[in-house]
Design a protein around this ligand. Sequence first.
Ligand code: UT7
Length: 331
Amino acid sequence: MPSQSVRSRIVGTGAYAPERVVTNFDLAKLVDTSDEWITERTGIKERRFVADGQAASDLAYEASTRALDAAKLKPADLDMIIVGTISSDMRLPACAAFLQQKLGAGPIPSFDLGAACAGFVYSLSVADQFMRTGAMKAVLVVGTEVLSRITNFTDRNTCVLFGDGAGAVVLQRAEEGEAGVLSTSLHTDSSLATSLMVPAGGSLEPLTHESLNTQRDKIYMNGQDIFKVAVRNLTSASRFAISAAGLETTGIQWVVPHQANLRIIAQVSQRLTIPMERFIINIERYGNTSSASIPMALDEGVRDGRIKPGDTVLMCALGAGVSWASALIRM
Ligand code: UT7
């Protein structure tokens, strides 16, 4: 989806990670694992977990106020809120409704978008379409997750991977100049739909004592299936977004990938022939925060000065569905 004349532009970023740090050593007290295995196989050293009573919309609120401050905008200036999440405060209503309430925004359209780890890039693309039609002038796009509440802490295959956090961006219309969302690319292939899932708690398998006892209300993943498809599809979607914008990989200053596994990122780097030094990586401190990982890493790169105005930034993410997406942005 290459952009037409009126683009949307990121005018503010924000992120928030809850205070509680959980190290690999902490998890080695719960399951048969080690700091060495987790570090070597994933790149993760620690992650953050929420406090009791802290929900996805609380993390989203912190990230969003920071993004709005950076954009020098107020909640009342927003035309729409889109929240990518798979760990909303409640099954009903949407996390975006709670976020709207906490921000004190007006009665603007506010909804969640369920594309798992690709949720932020999907949301960004949807927001961009609304901006290009002229329907919206300012949109808040958020990725927020409290994965610690849907993690099975008896399953070493998954419990060492996930963390909690939120990231947000504010988009405004860029009437002139070069900056903005240059292209996005969205995909879903359901052939591996059951390789990454939370089986119980939905309409197919409502919660029962049995499903709670067997933790079927928590994340299940066939890691190897997802790993292979992640490397392949993140590479192809990235190439698609780059060529749709009429660019080459040499024109990309920074890649902000979904932070699921450092080995996946390294293989994508190799296939795209973009060196790892040009990837913004913080997986060692936050683990896999699903839809929050890209806006958190983007905010880090912007705030520490690595990502500068005018830089071209590639984002790519893949998760349950499997759904994957990429976006090319000029800051
Ligand atoms: O964000 C959504 C998308 N998600 C992803 O992209 C994740 C993709 N998958 C992965 O990142 C990797 O597959 C994992 C990190 C999940 C697993 O790494 P792996 O190198 O694929 O390990 P594996 O599943 O092939 O397991 C290798 C061995 C097994 O033992 P045996 O059967 O060889 O004896 C596992 O039981 O490692 C064992 N193992 C562990 N050992 C210590 C699995 N988890 C652990 C653990 N600690 N935490």
